[in-house]
Design a protein around this ligand. Structure first.
Ligand SMILES: [Cu+2]
Length: 120
């Protein structure tokens, strides 16, 4: 039972941190992820909260960027994302954002990608 003490303290502190102000954000930082035929390059990316991720289609085919979770509150507008096109999204909340190209696979096969957003 002695181990419970520190665990409870950590849980309480975590709750306080979550309830405080929104995370600090970096400003003006942009990273690029290329969609080529048929992978995202790089496939995994880590950015600080506030970073703008620019997807660019460097392939010869249409691609898209679809969140793994269909109820996700983030979205990259890739309705018209043909060769040479770009689409951006600013990630402000720390977390893991998994996505895929629904034209060329599922979250597990084809064109998966993952962005980890860490506190700035
Ligand atoms: Cu694709």
């Amino acid at each position: 039972m002695k181990a419970l003490g520190p665990v409870l303290v950590a849980v309480v502190l975590g709750a306080v941190a979550c309830g405080s102000d929104s995370p600090t954000l970096v400003e003006g930082v942009e990273v690029e992820i290329a969609a080529v035929d048929n992978v995202f390059d790089p496939e995994t990316t880590e950015v600080e909260a506030g970073t703008v991720v620019r997807f660019i289609n460097l392939g010869r085919n249409d691609h898209n960027v679809i969140p793994e979770d269909s109820d996700a509150d983030w979205k990259v507008v890739t309705d018209d994302f043909g060769p040479g096109d770009t689409a951006t999204y600013r990630f402000t909340e720390p977390g893991t954002y998994r996505y895929y190209c629904a034209i060329h696979g599922t979250i597990d096969t084809g064109m998966p990608g993952s962005i980890t957003v860490v506190a700035a």
